[in-house]
Design a protein around this ligand. Structure first.
Ligand code: HEM
Ligand SMILES: *[C@@H]1O[C@H](CO)[C@@H](O)[C@H](O)[C@H]1NC(C)=O
Ligand SMILES: CC(=O)N[C@H]1CO[C@H](CO)[C@@H](O)[C@@H]1O
Length: 307
């Protein structure tokens, strides 16, 4: 009940979405679901979809908003520009990029690139058992101009320090509690391009990468074998800060995390877009499949539900 109220409230605040969702989005949802749901929960393409949407939108920073012509943000540039995908920061996303280009060719007469990127992430999240329905809008403007470089977070080294990450996200308009919720997306993460940092190919960031659960939060604290936390994950979990305290509050609390994640992800999905443009958006949340979230919440321990 709390989760639902929270998500609806956040969505209303996010954008005055009006009009009804074009029927094509339900077709896109079923099409994508076939590649996102596997026998062990969500698939590698689903993981790619979630990270791809993050990398398209998080290329925004308030500190670059006056640089013409590129401003970054949820504008489809990661799909449309041939340059952006070749950057180191997007390493590991190439297979999904190829997959999404095919889908875009198929649907582009009816859907925008930026919308497809974000909508696919919403479908991917519910494809991981336990994943919440993220309030999902369409109506973004596309650009094929590559986003500004170096605005994505670093997982290792100086860029992975807690203060650096807090500031980087703050410049995007993402608060510390939102960051603590968003980083939980690593519940569904496997690294495919971090061998240089000692993470083997397909090394996961929690013990159950097919599931949308809160093991990521406890695993980052407990370091079970076979789980490869990034320095950024560990640094963000440090409870000497708001981000770390919020991080720790999600340990063993699935409903609390889902309630925080959905609105934070919705916020991420419109980074760099003016309030005026958001006012014309259309709500397509109903086209996102329900996934297995309802079942998971009912199955959750009673203490977790009422917390
Ligand atoms: C401090 C912030 C973050 C850092 C430093 C970071 C870094 C990384 C790195 C290095 C990988 C592995 C890439 C590879 O080798 O394949 C990864 C994977 C992933 N990240 Fe993040 N990330 C951050 C935040 C986020 C956020 C906010 C989201 C989504 C809301 C996200 C979603 C994912 C997903 C789903 C994967 C798995 C991708 C795949 O398996 O193909 N990350 N992240
Ligand atoms: C928390 O601790 C880490 C590691 O010791 C440090 O880098 C960071 O600056 C600290 N954060 C705060 C807010 O004190
Ligand atoms: C600045 C800071 O706290 N960096 C730490 C990030 O995490 C790694 C370990 O995972 C530490 O070695 C760094 O000192």
């Amino acid at each position: 009940m709390f989760a639902k109220t929270f998500a609806l409230f956040a969505f209303t605040a996010l954008a005055e979405a009006s009009g009804s969702c074009p029927a094509i989005w339900s077709t896109v949802a079923s099409d994508l679901s076939q590649s996102f749901i596997g026998s062990n929960g969500c698939t590698d393409l689903a993981r790619g979809a979630i990270r791809f949407a993050f990398h398209d939108s998080a290329s925004y920073s308030s500190k670059t908003q006056y640089y013409a012509p590129a401003t970054g943000g949820a504008d489809g540039s990661l799909l449309l520009s041939s340059v952006e995908i070749t950057r180191d920061e997007n390493n590991g996303l190439q297979s999904y990029y190829g997959f999404l280009q095919e889908k875009y060719s198929k649907y582009k007469s009816q859907v925008g690139a930026a919308d497809l990127v974000q909508f696919a992430a919403s479908v991917a999240i519910v494809s991981c058992p336990g994943g919440p329905k993220v309030p999902t809008v369409v109506g973004r403007k596309d650009t094929s101009t590559a986003a500004p470089d170096n605005l994505l977070p670093k997982a290792f080294g100086a860029g992975a320090a807690q203060q650096v990450l807090i500031q980087l996200f703050e410049d995007k308009g993402i608060s510390q509690p939102e960051l603590a919720a968003l980083i939980g997306a690593h519940t569904a993460s496997k690294a495919v391009a971090q061998e240089a940092y000692g993470v083997p190919y397909n090394g996961p960031q929690d013990s159950t990468p097919g599931q949308w659960d809160v093991k990521y939060y406890s695993d980052t604290d407990n370091h079970p074998s076979g789980v490869y936390s990034f320095e950024s994950d560990v640094n963000l979990s440090n409870p000497n800060s708001t981000v770390g305290q919020t991080f720790q509050s999600f340990v063993n609390s699935q409903s609390k995390w889902n309630a925080a994640f959905a609105p934070a992800m919705a916020h991420l999905s419109v980074l760099g877009i003016s309030q005026a443009d958001q006012a014309n958006f259309v709500d397509c949340t109903s086209a996102v499949p329900s996934g297995s979230n309802a079942r998971m919440i009912r199955a959750a321990p009673i203490n977790d539900r009422i917390r």
